[in-house]
Design a protein around this ligand. Structure first.
Ligand SMILES: CC(C)(COP(=O)(O)OP(=O)(O)OC[C@H]1O[C@@H](n2cnc3c(N)ncnc32)[C@H](O)[C@@H]1OP(=O)(O)O)[C@@H](O)C(=O)NCCC(=O)NCCS
Length: 236
C-alpha cells in the first residue's frame, strides 16, 4: 500500500518499533498524536522537534534528555528519561550514531513506539521502505526503491538515490548524496556534502569525510577522506 506520494510527504506515518532490518511493517496513517517525546535536546533534537511540530501542529512536543541543564527549550519542557511513559511515541533526536543507537535499542527493548519523522518538505518515494525511528530532514530526497534502516537519519538536503540502502542508525549528513544502489551499512556517517558513487558499499561504522567522493568500497570502521576518497585510519 503506498504510504507517500512522490513530491511532498502528505501524511505522517507511524512505524512498528520491532522492525528487524529485513522487513518493515507500517501501521495505518495516524493523523494526529497527543504527545510526542523527542529524545535528545541538542541541535539535532531541536531540528527533529521542529519537523514533528510542522507535521503534527496540534501535538504537545516534549524533550527527553539526561544531560540538559535547562528545564525547557524553544518553549518545550525537558524531562529525564525516567519520565517517559510506556506507549508515548518517541522521535530519536540524537545526531551521533553510536549514542542514537544506544538510546534507540534501549527504547526498542522497552517496546516504546518509535516515530518516523519526515519534514513536510522532504520527498519520499512511495516505493521506498522506511525503518522505525527514521528522521528525514527538509529538502531531503529518498528515491524509488530505497531502503532505510531503523534509527537512520537522512539529513537536510541529502539525497538517497534509487535502490540505495541505508543501514540501521546510519547518518547521511546534510547535502550528502548516495548514488543508485549504494549500500551504506549500519552506523556509517556520510559527512556533509560527500558523494558515494553508484553501487559502492560502505562498511559498518565507517566515516566518509565531509566533501569526500567515494569511488570504491570502504572497509568497516575506516575513515575515508578526499577526492577520490582514501582511507586515513580506523575509527577509535
Ligand atoms: C574526516 C573527519 C572525520 C576527521 O576528523 P578528525 O579525526 O577529528 O580529524 P582532524 O579534524 O584532526 O583532521 C585531521 C586532518 O584531516 C584533515 N581533514 C579533516 N576533515 C577533512 C575533510 N573533510 N576533507 C579533507 N581533509 C580533512 C584536516 O585538515 C587535518 O589535516 P592535517 O593533519 O594536514 O592538519 C572529519 O573532519 C569529518 O569530515 N567529519 C564529518 C563531519 C560531518 O559531516 N558531520 C555531520 C554533521 S550533521
Amino acid at each position: 500500500m503506498p504510504i507517500f506520494k512522490l513530491g511532498r510527504v502528505k501524511h505522517p506515518i507511524f512505524v512498528d518499533s520491532a522492525w528487524s532490518g529485513s522487513e518493515v511493517r507500517v501501521e495505518p496513517l495516524i493523523p494526529s498524536l497527543d504527545l510526542i517525546a523527542v529524545y535528545g535536546a541538542g541541535g539535532h533534537g531541536r531540528a527533529v522537534a521542529e519537523a514533528a511540530f510542522l507535521r503534527w501542529p496540534d501535538s504537545e512536543i516534549v524533550y527527553i534528555d539526561d544531560a540538559c541543564l535547562s528545564p525547557a527549550l524553544d518553549g518545550r519542557p525537558v524531562y529525564l528519561p525516567e519520565a517517559l511513559s510506556p506507549g508515548t511515541p518517541v522521535a530519536l533526536g540524537i545526531g551521533d550514531n553510536a549514542a542514537r543507537e544506544r538510546v534507540g535499542r534501549w527504547l526498542m527493548d522497552r517496546d516504546q513506539p518509535l516515530l518516523l519523522v519526515a519534514h513536510p518538505h522532504a520527498s519520499f518515494s512511495p516505493s521506498a521502505e522506511p525503518g522505525s525511528g527514521l528522521f528525514v530532514g527538509p529538502n531531503a530526497v529518498v528515491h524509488t526503491g530505497a531502503r532505510l534502516g531503523a534509527g537512520a537519519v537522512v539529513n537536510s538536503g541529502a539525497v538517497v538515490e534509487h535502490d540505495a540502502r541505508v543501514g540501521d542508525f546510519a547518518h547521511v549528513a546534510p547535502g550528502a548524496v548516495l548514488g543508485g544502489g549504494v549500500f551504506i551499512d549500519s552506523g556509517v556517517l556520510v559527512g556533509l556534502g560527500a558523494r558515494v558513487l553508484p553501487g559502492v558499499h560502505v562498511g559498518e561504522r565507517a566515516v566518509v569525510a565531509a566533501g569526500a567522493v567515494v569511488t570504491e568500497d570502504v572497509e568497516p570502521e575506516a575513515t575515508v577522506v578526499g577526492v577520490p576518497a582514501r582511507p586515513v585510519g580506523q575509527v577509535v
